[in-house]
Write a protein that binds this ligand. Structure first.
Ligand code: SF4
Length: 870
């Protein structure tokens, strides 16, 4: 049976067809879904491999003791009730997630705001797009995303700001790439301090200084007016604040962008001559101590030119999480009420309270994420319930957050996985259902509401989040408000409330769906809001109507501000953070899919060659990265993609997957003063060589736990692999390897150098390779793809690479068809391939999800450059 559902990962919100069969679950893109029209990226394509019970939390636990649901729910309810009655409502908090379904999110928000009487609910979406919410509200009066994905195909110019779409929203990247191939005149500008896979698609890459975005868009605004290109009619009729915004823009210093005169002239020329311009922005804009100003600087330019509310133009924020938008709709942020209503507005509060018939309603915003965990640390919050997220890993200053949770009086955690950093701090663990097991809805970045549907029931005793929350609410005496039997009941309640919100002048209106029967809800196809009872609205702002009191949009007077992070001579490098192609957030799910671990197997730091030379960091060595907040040890990746003085580290590695790879342990908790979103792109760090005495690499059919100073572990197709390094050399390599793998009876085949500085040790069981370990004074040079594929075979593979004449595929580039980099390079050279399509025809690489197409394109380009140099 085919189940139509929606991807679990990024805010693109791709539709999926999931087929459960004897081999497991086969995943395909839904050709009818308007977000992806059948496309999927490598992460979405591998979702079938992430189902199952590996690592799952299967039963409720209290302090590591298995209990029944009654006991666990009673304890959560009594702890929250007692804490509120002793210390008041603001002594409790919920920290929730953009991965919750809208129905779960709605119920959590209703319980804490309407019944517990505090607005202390915030979400990991605060780390993702709170600056966009604040920027939209300042400019439009509401959190309205004006554009849609179709605008990307309609545009003649796309400006991507702080957005590596090729890796983070790959299907949107593919849509743009396809549109560009069809429209040769279409231009793409990529504004990013780092050259990324997305830059390969761009006609112009602007390697902007960290935090330089406001100065750049002020430059465009000032020069728009200078060239008489402002849309005076639109501005006069529909915009406030034009002149003051223009004056501030004209006074700003464009040199702070760090861009050359030529770069500035090039983007200005494109901007001035291209009316159909879409500016796409994401975490590079939002995750900033001036993120809200950056958002408004972009919107200012679109308002001044009237490039908004029409086909093929407008600002378009893309969210990082599958349901960040749904969370915004239900008021999942501490400063919002459901349906985009405002907590500070007494009419809005009264409307929500009377609709809910709830006993209470907070009059002021609750604590935003960083402040919330500060209050946990200070002991002001004494009971916290974390749902579906891992703040001890994902919050800035993560070690401090972890310690605050460890010291909190009461921590409840609803989770799918038992071993997250946050789960380890819990007094009560509540096993939750996850993707593939839940029914509900999510909203993607272009306001498309899509259904998630279950493929299988939750395992063991796991329950849905809306059920868990409602069961606690009932135990706290609020049965009337939480008498839900099905997510459909919640959806309808939310849809009805949106009609009330619309009558109060809000944009979010899905009242046209408030009479859906359960059957119609089950069958609901992708539906973009607004969806009012009175009939569809063509396009937000097409009539020049905004949601401010006078219905005019607001331009803001803005000036560049330096990233607000501690600076000192001892911290000479600026650390940017982000995602890799095949992983998502803290890898709890993507780490389960072996093919997704093959593209990037360990945490790394990307550093410019000149900086690496100064620091005596050769390629593949290890670097120790420190900040006032924490420390990491990561692999060195020397690259021309980052500017001198800047470095990049991915955010995915946790205590479970690496010894010291947690990038958020390095990040200070400095926030944007308007949105409360932390600055995650400009931490100051010190880097030095980690002087390892030995490096290692191992694979095993069975999982094993490294203990060296540096290690990074990943699931592979036939078992597990790990990289190692340490400062002290074991006295006996064979004993080291044997105790590392803990395999019991094995036959050992080993080669150790006479000075004991290197070793190769194979452990055979029943004449089959069960594990193999390599150690060397230098980073271990061998073919990892060859060694890992030899597991279970009859060769000890101590040579570490294929024999002469046996092809070595190299690191996997195409995860869908398992095609390695060497295979692609060989084909390019031997078959004289010159296009990504030709590589696809020859090897299939890049022909399924397309996530590797930018890298294949880079290999082709490299080959052309090499040929030209010969
Ligand atoms: Fe999922 Fe990839 Fe689509 Fe994002 S782009 S929703 S990760 S398939």
């Amino acid at each position: 049976m085919t189940v139509k559902t929606t991807c679990a990962y990024c805010g693109t919100g791709c539709g999926i067809l999931a087929d459960k069969n004897g081999q497991g679950v086969t995943i395909k893109g839904d050709p009818e879904h308007p977000a992806n029209f059948g496309r999927l990226c490598s992460k979405g394509s591998a979702l079938g491999d992430t189902l199952g019970t590996e690592g799952r939390l299967l039963y409720p636990q209290i302090n590591d003791r298995r209990v029944n649901w009654e006991e666990a729910l009673d304890l959560v309810a009594s702890k929250f009730s007692d804490t509120i009655s002793t210390y008041g409502p603001d002594s409790v908090a919920f920290y929730v997630s953009g991965q919750l379904l809208t129905e779960d999110y709605y119920v959590a928000n209703k319980l804490i705001k309407g019944y517990l009487g505090t607005a202390n609910i915030d979400t990991n979406s605060r780390l993702c797009m709170a600056s966009t919410v604040a920027g939209h509200k300042r400019a439009f009066g509401t959190d309205t995303v004006p554009g849609t994905y179709e605008d990307l195909e309609e545009a003649d110019l796309i400006i991507l700001v702080g957005s590596n779409l090729a890796w983070c929203h790959p299907v949107l990247y593919q849509r743009i790439a396809a549109a560009k191939a069809e429209k040769p005149w279409m231009k793409v500008v990529n504004v990013d301090p780092r050259k990324t896979a997305t830059s390969d698609l761009a006609d112009l890459h602007l390697q902007i200084a960290p935090g330089g975005d406001v100065a750049l868009f002020n430059y465009l605004l000032a020069n728009t007016a200078k060239h008489g290109q402002q849309n005076t009619g639109f501005v006069n009729a529909h915009v406030d604040g034009y002149q003051s915004a223009l004056d501030a823009a004209a006074a700003d210093d464009v040199n702070l962008t760090g861009l050359s005169e030529q770069d500035l002239a090039d983007i200005l020329a494109l901007w001035l001559k291209t009316e159909k311009t879409v500016t796409v922005f994401s975490q590079g804009v939002n995750q900033s101590s001036s993120g809200t100003d950056k958002v408004n600087a972009i919107i200012n330019c679109h308002l001044a030119t009237g490039r908004i509310g029409r086909k093929g133009m407008g600002p378009l924020s893309v969210t990082g999480q599958p349901n960040a938008m749904g969370g915004r709709e239900v008021g999942g942020l501490a400063n919002m009420l459901a349906c985009h209503l405002d907590i500070e507005d007494s009419n809005h509060r009264d409307a929500v309270q009377s609709y809910w018939r709830s006993p209470t309603m907070p009059k002021q915003a609750g604590l935003k994420a960083v402040d919330m965990f500060d209050a946990v640390e200070d002991g002001k919050i004494k009971a916290i319930w974390v749902m579906c997220t891992n703040p001890a890993q994902s919050m800035p200053d993560a070690d401090r957050v972890k310690s605050a949770l460890q010291n909190c009086d009461f921590v409840a955690v609803s989770e799918m996985y038992s071993n997250t950093e946050t789960a380890k701090t819990a007094d009560v663990l509540l096993p939750a259902s996850g993707w593939g097991e839940k029914h509900g809805s999510v909203t993607n970045s272009d306001r498309m509401i899509s259904r998630q549907r279950a493929i299988a029931p939750p395992p063991a005793e796991a329950r849905h989040d809306w059920q868990i929350i409602s069961d606690v609410a009932k135990r706290m005496g609020f049965a009337d408000g939480f008498d839900y039997e099905h997510p459909h009941d919640i959806f309808i309640e939310h849809a009805k409330l949106s009609g009330i919100a619309a009558a109060l002048g809000k944009d979010f209106d899905i009242s046209g769906l408030d009479s859906l029967s359960r059957q119609e809800y089950e069958a609901l196809g992708p539906t973009r809001w607004p969806f009012p009872k009175s009939g569809g609205k063509e396009r937000f702002f097409s009539d020049g109507h905004f949601y401010t009191p006078n219905h005019k949009a607001k331009m803001l007077a803005l000036t560049h501000t330096e990233p607000s992070v501690p600076q000192s001579a001892e911290l000479p490098f600026t650390l940017n953070t982000g995602r890799v192609r095949d992983h998502w957030h803290t890898m709890t799910r993507t780490g389960l899919a072996a093919q997704l671990n093959q593209h990037t197997g360990e945490p790394y730091i990307e550093i410019h060659a000149a900086d690496a030379e100064l620091l005596h960091l050769p390629p593949a060595s290890l670097a120790e990265v420190t900040s006032p907040n924490g420390r990491a040890i990561v692999r060195v990746l020397i690259s021309d993609k980052v500017a001198k003085g800047s470095v990049f580290m991915p955010l995915h590695w946790t205590e479970e997957t690496a010894a010291l790879g947690r990038v958020n342990a390095l990040i200070p908790s400095h926030v944007d003063p308007v949105s409360g979103q932390p600055e995650s792109k400009a931490a100051k760090v010190c880097i030095k060589k980690f002087t390892a005495q030995w490096f290692g690499y191992a694979v095993s059919l069975q999982s094993f736990q490294p203990t060296s100073a540096y290690w990074a572990k990943a699931k592979i197709v036939k078992g597990w692999q790990a990289e190692f390094a340490d400062i002290s050399v074991p006295s006996d390599w064979e004993s080291y390897a044997t105790s590392l793998f803990g395999l019991g009876e094995t036959q050992i085949i080993s080669v150790t150098s006479t000075d004991k500085s290197s070793a190769r040790i194979a452990l055979m069981q029943n004449n089959k390779l069960a594990a193999v370990f390599f150690a060397s004074q230098n980073p271990v040079a061998l073919s990892r793809s060859f060694v890992s594929s030899a597991l279970g075979g009859d060769s000890p593979v101590l040579a570490g690479h294929a024999g002469q004449g046996v092809p070595d595929p190299g690191t996997t580039l195409c995860a869908c068809f398992n095609v390695g980099i060497n295979t692609i390079l060989n084909a390019i050279q031997s078959q004289e391939l010159v296009s990504v399509e030709q590589v696809g025809n020859a090897l299939q690489a890049g022909t399924n999800c397309g996530s590797c197409r930018p890298e294949i394109s880079a290999l082709l380009h490299r080959n052309i450059v090499l040929e030209a140099a010969e």
